[in-house]
Design a protein around this ligand. Structure first.
Ligand code: ADP
Ligand code: MG
Length: 776
């Protein structure tokens, strides 16, 4: 009997295995059918012929036609069938981490393999690949770092650069390098992939490289503008300041600045004139949407309208950023304006989400349930969700801009381009005819720029300049002059000067030991320097936290109607430190304790903190620790106390902050009972209202360092820390003997310090010692 039983068991196990295999092969078959239906499939042989015949090929096609997932697979299949498989080594770059992972996972799935076998990915601080891997998806940043080690990309047979139409800085930079590399690597194949935008530009840049266009397979999408949307939703734009967040905030700004709100809102003269000519009756509602924030009430009303009156189909909402996404998520959860919450699946999709829940976003929801995806412009072209039938477009995206004259960089929502608007609309017509709800009037659409300005023209260039040096690409200015659209001379000069000021480049524009370390740390130079100094000066724990917070985002949330309480909470974290950075640090430490004792939620709630952001900061600080350990600045095996001798010493922490944030310095000048703040570039500045230092009349110490300067109605410094002149003396810029001979002054003119020769000598020696420590 026993024997019989075990035989039965074995049989049933075997049966199960066979069923599993069957299921798997059914799924792969289904995938095959799916792949064959994609527009890219019809172009397979033409594509492969072109790859064989030309070194450079530009492929354009509507988003979702199969460029990213199919073209690299065609190459693999071709190489394997021609038995050249082992020589085939394909790299495909993605502008964003999230798409590198998601695409690699998708292709593995299509091939019925595990991620990391034939297809793998590598992003900053994380990878999944093996010996077997023939196709590697990586971020453009990762490829640029690979180029440092191996400038000729030995062993790479095909390089595909994806999403070049986005004109990201890294992609534009990579194209310059590749154009120079191609003659030295005649066997390397370069394939540039772009949405149907301006493909000619790239072809010309590569000496009229051949272009293949994959015709799209999309359904018509009806387009509704604000006028129609307001009518359909019967949404009333409220004018009472309290009821309308964005509106009230702008009103406040207007009152502060007393300037014309209309021209303030619209930098773009075209849009401005459109606005002015727009009829007075709709003017009020226009004012409500014209500011920097999306009218979330209108978004809710539109979602509600679709859910009540339109046929089934997923809704994709384009918002400007995480703030808006999380606000809307919260509002859906608490207000449940949709009625029965079990009928809706509301999912966020954002580039800095640690991992995306793949399936939920791409899968069709159960019948009767409506999927609503709240996304940033990441869903515009790199990630395709097939079952979207309705698109709600706020018309904006967060965009960096750089003012070279005032050395000001800001990340603000601004109007998207016509090309982006077209992309967004197309997302609704993947499987059937769809509808696109634009939350702005047609006139604004008509006034939008044709294409967005490339990132290289609207971002500070210091990281790029460091990369040029570490890749040994020669003189910075002449290298950048070879770009598709070269940045202007002043921006380049600012970046080089900044790098000299912080000690990353020497007078001859060559990398210093500090500069070399900064190149290997994939963070902004000032954050990198802060991390290095934090470990040299034995306060690595708090510095890791502050650096991680600066590199991600602020964990402090700003509730609209409880702003005062939120400010109080932040102030109490800061104590008497006069420092937003210390407030960040203490809030994080409080969160960690609360988490350990299991009351994370109430701690976040009471202190107006985002638990999700805290978690991200926690993850990032560990990654930073790994980086420091990789370059030998900490030794993780030695335990936590070794690099933390001064971790509780806030004076030391603030001094290291100064080392990282210099030359972001303002001088605090006493004017009677108040303090006036001055920077060198723009003169008088104000402390941002959200800072713990806002409203402080007198500061104990004579200087302030800050992480960011923003311009709205005034120039504000965000996140500031009050520091002593000693910190600046030790960690600021180059020191020279002062003109009257009785001390030292800093080259940038901020600091004049009277001191005896022996004190000066001592300081120079201490600084020399730090330089020596950086030479490891
Ligand atoms: P393109 O690069 O041309 O925009 P992709 O190759 O990314 O197109 O996608 C082709 C199709 O594959 C999409 O239309 C979508 O249907 C499907 N697809 C891509 N990624 C996924 C995924 N992670 N899950 C499900 N389907 C996907
Ligand atoms: Mg793609």
């Amino acid at each position: 009997v026993l024997e019989n039983d075990s035989a039965k068991k074995a049989l049933s196990v075997e049966l199960k295995e066979i069923q599993e295999k069957q299921k798997e092969s059914d799924r792969v078959k289904e995938m095959c059918l799916f792949r064959e239906k994609l527009p890219a499939y019809k172009m397979k042989s033409e594509f492969l012929k072109a790859v064989a015949a030309h070194q450079v090929l530009v492929v354009s096609g509507e988003t979702g036609c199969g460029k990213t997932t199919q073209l690299p697979q065609f190459i693999i299949e071709e190489e394997i069938s021609s038995l050249r498989g082992s020589d085939c080594n394909i790299i495909c770059t993605q502008p964003r981490r999230i798409s590198a992972i998601s695409v690699a996972a998708r292709i593995s799935n299509e091939r019925g393999e595990n991620l990391g076998e034939t297809v793998g990915y590598q992003i900053r601080l994380e990878s999944k690949r093996s010996e077997q891997t023939r196709l590697l998806f990586c971020t453009t940043g990762v490829l640029l770092r690979k180029l440092v080690q191996d400038p000729s990309l030995t062993g790479v047979s095909h390089l595909l650069v994806d999403e070049i139409h986005e004109r990201g800085m890294n992609e534009d930079f990579l194209l310059i390098i590749l154009r120079d590399l191609l003659p030295k690597r005649p066997d390397l194949r370069l394939i540039l992939m772009s949405a149907t935008i301006n493909a000619d530009l790239f072809s010309k840049y590569f000496g009229n490289a051949p272009t293949i266009h994959i015709p799209g397979l999309t359904f018509p999408v009806q387009e509704l503008f604000l006028e129609d949307v307001l009518e359909k939703t019967r949404y009333e734009v409220k004018s009472e300041a309290d009821n309308f967040q964005g509106y009230s905030k702008r009103r406040r700004q207007q009152q502060e600045s007393k300037s014309d709100p209309v021209t303030e809102q619209f930098e773009d003269a075209d849009i401005c004139s459109v606005y002015k000519s727009y009829s007075a009756s709709t003017r009020q509602s226009l004012e409500a949407w014209s500011g920097s924030e999306t009218d979330l009430g209108l978004v809710e009303a539109t979602i509600e309208h679709i859910c009540r009156h339109e046929a089934p189909g997923a809704i994709l909402v384009f918002l400007t950023g995480w703030d808006e996404i999380s606000k809307l998520l919260e509002s859906v959860k608490t207000n449940s304006f949709l009625g029965d919450p079990t009928k809706f699946l509301v999912l966020p999709l954002h580039g800095s989400m640690p991992t995306i829940n793949q399936r939920e976003i791409f899968d069709r929801p159960p019948i009767g349930m409506r999927k609503v995806v709240l996304a940033t412009n990441i869903a515009e072209s790199s990630i395709t969700i097939d079952d979207v039938v309705y698109v709600i477009d706020c018309g904006k995206a967060k965009e960096t801009s750089y003012d070279a004259l005032n050395k000001l960089a800001c990340l603000l929502p601004s109007w998207i381009s016509k090309a982006s608007a077209h992309q967004r609309r197309g997302r609704a017509g993947r499987v059937q005819p769809g509808v696109c709800y634009r939350l702005y009037p047609k006139m604004v659409h008509d006034a939008m720029l044709q294409f967005q300005l490339p990132e290289i023209l609207r971002t500070p260039l210091q990281e790029l300049c460091l990369q040029i040096k570490s890749l040994q690409l020669g003189a910075i200015a002449s290298f950048l002059a070879k770009a598709l659209q070269p940045p202007d001379a002043l921006s380049v000069q600012n970046a080089v000067e900044l790098l000299k000021t912080i000690g990353a480049l020497d007078e001859a524009e060559e990398l210093t030991p500090l500069g070399r370390h900064l190149c290997t740390l994939p963070v902004e130079p000032n954050i990198g320097k802060m991390l290095l100094m934090g470990s040299i000066f034995q306060c690595v724990n708090p510095i890791l936290t502050i650096a991680a917070a600066l590199a991600s985002r602020s964990p402090f949330v700003l509730p609209i109607n409880r702003k005062q309480e939120a400010d109080e909470a932040k102030r109490s974290f800061a104590g008497d430190s006069c420092s937003d950075h210390i407030a960040l640090l203490k809030a994080f430490e409080g969160w960690k304790d609360a988490k350990r004792s299991g009351n994370e939620r109430s701690f976040c709630w009471e202190n107006f903190l985002s638990g999700q952001t805290m978690k991200m900061i926690g993850d990032m600080r560990l990654q930073f620790l790994d980086l420091l350990s990789d370059i030998g600045f900490v030794d993780k095996s030695k335990g936590a106390n070794v690099y933390n001798q001064y971790s509780d010493d806030m004076e030391m922490v603030c001094a290291v902050l100064c080392a990282g944030l210099y030359p972001n310095v303002v001088q605090c000048k006493r004017r009677g009972k108040r303090t006036a703040l001055y920077t060198k570039e723009v003169g008088k500045v104000d402390i941002h209202p959200a800072s713990v230092n806002a409203g402080v009349h007198l500061f104990p110490l004579p200087y302030m360092v800050y992480s960011e300067k923003v311009k709205t109605s005034n120039v504000y410094i965000r996140d500031s820390t009050n520091i002593s002149d000693y910190a600046l003396l030790m960690f600021g810029g180059k020191l020279v003997p002062s003109k009257n001979g009785d001390g030292i002054e800093m080259l940038d003119g901020y600091l004049q310090f009277s001191a005896s020769k022996s004190v000066m000598g001592l300081i120079q020696k201490l600084r020399g010692e730090v330089d020596r420590l950086l030479k490891r």
